[in-house]
Design a protein. Structure first.
Length: 199
């Protein structure tokens, strides 16, 4: 059976990663979004096991010790990590697995799994990023400031990625992101020998 492709999906907090992915996933049943573990507290409406596995610091550190993470990173006061076993399982089942992770984690996965496709999503401007993050209303002003400072650093890494999606007009960005998944599936190298034989 065809094995799935691993995708890394990265961009500053508030760029619209979650918004874009929920739209694209709704129309693409071959995609599986990896559920990360985090030490951060759940936001209103976030469900354990759906949005994140919410772990205590002790439990998170125990998983690090046990080697359960494909990657993990510290981000604005909390730890976030990708559990390796479910990602591997879904790839074996043929799903294309998306890791929605920050830049340090993206680079760590890239060095372990150079076959992973790296997508960076950028905001149209820094002011628009700040206004989206504040407009979402999920973070304190202090955390917003810290996330924006981190964003400046993250934006410097765009050129290390394979694809760039600028999330200005949402519809156009959804189209661009879907096109990346479709084009990657059309690569001869991913066809496992199932080339069309009509001559
Ligand atoms: P991220 O997952 O990258 O942190 P979100 O998906 O939560 O970002 O989006 C941050 C905020 O910006 C949300 O309030 C969302 O509705 C809004 N947003 C997302 N994409 C756009 C867009 N293209 N234009 C305007 N607002 C957007
Ligand atoms: P949030 O707190 O807004 O859900 O996420 C904060 C940041 O952590 C975002 O940039 C998000 O992509 C990133 N993130 C979420 N899960 C993971 C993960 O498993 N590993 C890493 N490295 N970053 C993650």
């Amino acid at each position: 059976m065809r094995k799935g492709t691993l995708y890394i999906f990265t961009g500053p907090s508030g760029t619209g990663k979650g918004t874009l992915l929920s739209r694209v996933m709704a129309q693409d049943d071959r995609l599986f979004l990896s559920v990360s573990a985090t030490t951060r507290a759940p936001r209103q409406g976030e469900q354990a096991g759906v949005h994140y596995f919410f772990l205590s610091r002790e439990e998170f550190d125990r998983r690090v010790e046990a080697g359960a993470f494909l990657e993990y990173a510290h981000y604005v006061g909390n730890s976030y990590g990708t559990l390796e076993a479910p990602v591997q399982q879904k790839l074996e089942e043929g799903y294309d697995v998306v890791l929605e992770i920050e830049v340090q984690g993206a680079m760590a996965v890239h060095s372990k799994r150079p076959d992973a496709v790296m997508i960076f999503v950028a905001p149209p401007s820094f002011d628009e990023l700040a206004s989206r993050l504040r407009g979402r209303g999920t973070e304190s002003e202090e955390t917003v400031e810290a996330r924006l400072a981190t964003a400046r650093e993250e934006l410097r890494h765009q050129e290390e990625f394979d694809y760039l999606v600028v999330n200005d007009d949402l519809k156009a960005a959804v189209r661009d992101l879907s096109a990346i998944f479709i084009a990657e599936r059309c690569r001869i190298s991913r066809k496992n020998g199932e080339v069309h034989t009509i001559k």
